[in-house]
Ligand binder design. Sequence first.
Ligand SMILES: Cc1cc2nc3c(=O)[nH]c(=O)nc-3n(C[C@H](O)[C@H](O)[C@H](O)COP(=O)(O)OP(=O)(O)OC[C@H]3O[C@@H](n4cnc5c(N)ncnc54)[C@H](O)[C@@H]3O)c2cc1C
Length: 409
Amino acid sequence: MVSGGAPRILGDVFCGKDLLVRTRVAIIGAGPAGLLLSHLLDLEGIESVLIERQTEDYVRARVRAGILEAGTVDLLKQAGLGDRLAAEGMEHRGIYLRWPGERHHLDFVELAGRSVTVYGQTEVTKDLMDARAKAGRAAFYQASDVVPHDVETSSPYVTFVDVDGREVRVDAEIIAGCDGFHGPSRGAVLGGQDWERTYPFAWLGVLADVAPSTDELIYAWHPDGFAMHSMRSPRVSRFYLQVRPDEDLAAWSDDRIWTALSARLGADEEGWTLKTGPITEKSVLPMRSFVSTPMRSGRLFLAGDAAHIVPPTGAKGLNLAVADVALLSSALAAWLRSGSESLASAYSDTALRRVWRCTHFSWWMTTMLHRHGDDFDAQLQLSQLSRTVASDAAASELAQNYAGLPLSI
Ligand SMILES: Cc1cc2nc3c(=O)[nH]c(=O)nc-3n(C[C@H](O)[C@H](O)[C@H](O)COP(=O)(O)OP(=O)(O)OC[C@H]3O[C@@H](n4cnc5c(N)ncnc54)[C@H](O)[C@@H]3O)c2cc1C
């Protein structure tokens, strides 16, 4: 079944498939990267077709990231996606860093001249999907066996089986691989190289229907492990606890979660009370840094989690996906509208400079804040935390990276 407007359907005569579709850009994956790319291309007058493995409802409901860099907010507003964001997004000036006996506020506006905005990835996805529905753009949801073909030629195409069991072929000028870490696009990059770091810990992520107990995010180092108090709205809070990668979710009752959060976030020590409420979602998130290079192979371009994963400590995953797509949409517009390939040729190198910077920042925040190693490592972490809040230069470095670096660095 095709959702949205009808793609140009050409019939089955030439390709031995049940359905042949032609478009300019075939986008695999309807996460934030794929949805935003199709939206930005549409603004440039370039037609695209989205091919997504999951149902539309599943994509719409997925709970993930929640912090938008200033540049991400600007881009979404410029793309006409800013109404709900302006009304419901919560602008934050900074974060708290805490460890036993200490709590410090880092003011990003003072340190870096930029703020961040709390607005859930689920809300960004809803805005993008609503814009798609309004514009009547085509998408295939519940597509299986999705495969990109002939990406090194000038006539690449994607094949898949649609929800009704029909074999479909989408011919395109460009294929955009926005299909996340587990999608098929990365494997189609010729001579690709993977760079990876897995961490010996994971996050227990908790979503709760309770008002935040803090005005800004708290990042807490604790002898029992890292904890974080984040939020999604004035009525919904998001919490994380450092746990083992093979942690059994069943061992974490709601009571145990609230007790651990209260202790690690320092509520008991600082004399405040962590508000509790119904927990609506719990999951264990593995922590990994991963970069795949290059981000282009012929007419296939990778964007977002298809090319890189960061541990969520630095709140970079969603923002990196948006930055990739901002670069890619301009590059494809220049190529497809005026035949200039220079931005497309530079795309992988330009995007990877920012990707590696954010990969380093996310690794640094993760390494500083999570208990790992021995007691000597713990003392080094505490020394680094003290230095980060005591030195304007160190605090500014964190603030600039967290609030977001320019698109091209
Ligand atoms: C559980 C979880 C929690 C996270 N929490 C945070 C957080 O707190 N903070 C933060 O900054 N970041 C977080 N992230 C990272 C952030 O959500 C991602 O960086 C962001 O979603 C990247 O967007 P994307 O569109 O590139 O990839 P994705 O959102 O992964 O989208 C990829 C899309 O491709 C589709 N797809 C996959 N395989 C196929 C296929 N074979 N055929 C067709 N379609 C396919 C998927 O269904 C999906 O819709 C989290 C990620 C996960 C997985």
